[in-house]
Write a protein that binds this ligand. Structure first.
Ligand SMILES: Cc1cc2nc3c(=O)[nH]c(=O)nc-3n(C[C@H](O)[C@H](O)[C@H](O)COP(=O)(O)OP(=O)(O)OC[C@H]3O[C@@H](n4cnc5c(N)ncnc54)[C@H](O)[C@@H]3O)c2cc1C
Length: 262
């Protein structure tokens, strides 16, 4: 079983103080700590578990700058066999569609039975790269995957739905699955594993290596244009009315009348 895992090197934004940068279209990244996208950590662990059960290879692949090597090294330390970084100044300003094209142009020439991505990236959160990648490769996909059971060219996959529900679907290989957090418990990386990973090769490919043109990537190859990024204003959501039932009902009537609702 040859498995490819798409991993994104993302800033940890949950606890950090976020500022909008001078362009007004992105966050200020200086001083933020970058690590593997949380969802991709689960996807990588799932890939390694499948390899341990069925044999085969796990290849981790990222589109990102040199810094993203630390995320790839983490993948190698956790059990990935190969790592590829796709990098080129012309990849800058790519949206999710362009990122999926860059990934597809490389993945199509690799052997694979299964491609795992995260359900979403913790920074931009478009939830689009996995499904677009599947479409570009002309293969099936399932999203928000909480459980994977592989058997003879098909996978029985549990998908997370709203309201605590799950559904089980059958998907034919080769396929893309976008992995939800909690599917497993990512393993601890030993110091030995990290040391070994430091010696492994990370293959670096640029635009000239992947058969795409300048017009396919970056802003020219993207469908989405960011207009602005902003902190939404906080509006009062709820008002507690106090008093006797008569006073409260009189206040409610007053509010509804003031808004032209009665
Ligand atoms: C107009 C525009 C300009 C942008 N410019 C830049 C820029 O200059 N630099 C920049 O870093 N980002 C930029 N971004 C954000 C970047 O393009 C996003 O990574 C991309 O839109 C994918 O969306 P997402 O990260 O929300 O992915 P999602 O679709 O939410 O991610 C789902 C999964 O896809 C995979 N994935 C996503 N991104 C990558 C990746 N890079 N490599 C490998 N796997 C991946 C991961 O498995 C991830 O879990 C830009 C976005 C837009 C819309």
């Amino acid at each position: 079983m040859d498995i490819i895992v798409c991993v994104k090197h993302v800033p940890e934004t949950a606890e950090a103080e976020i500022k909008i940068d001078a362009t007004g279209k992105a966050i200020e990244k200086t001083g933020l700590v970058f690590d593997i996208n949380e969802w991709d950590d689960y996807a990588l662990e799932e890939a390694v578990r499948i390899k341990e059960k069925f044999g085969g290879t796990v290849t981790a692949i990222t589109v990102g700058p040199e810094d993203a090597d630390s995320t790839l090294r983490k993948c190698l330390a956790r059990g990935a066999d190969k790592a590829i970084r796709l990098t080129d100044t012309r990849f800058e300003d790519s949206d999710g569609y362009a990122i999926a094209k860059i990934l597809q142009s490389t993945i199509k020439s690799l052997p694979f039975d299964l491609i795992l991505t995260g359900a979403l990236a913790g920074d931009d959160g478009y939830t689009m790269v996995g499904p677009i990648l599947a479409e570009l490769l002309g293969i099936s996909h399932a999203t928000m995957v909480k459980k994977i059971e592989l058997d003879d060219g098909v996978a029985k996959v549990n998908r997370e739905l709203e309201g605590g529900l799950e559904e089980m679907v059958e998907v034919k290989m080769p396929m893309v699955l976008t992995v939800q957090t909690g599917i497993n418990e990512p393993r601890y990386v030993s110091i030995m594993g990290i040391r070994k990973a430091m010696q492994k090769e990370i293959k670096v490919l640029g635009l000239a290596d992947i058969g795409l043109s300048e017009n396919d990537v970056g802003e020219a190859g993207s469908w989405i244009k960011i207009e602005k990024m902003f902190v939404p204003s906080v509006e009062k959501q709820a008002e507690f009315l106090k008093g006797t039932p008569e006073e409260v009902s009189a206040k409610i009537a007053e509010i509804l009348r003031a808004r032209g609702l009665i």
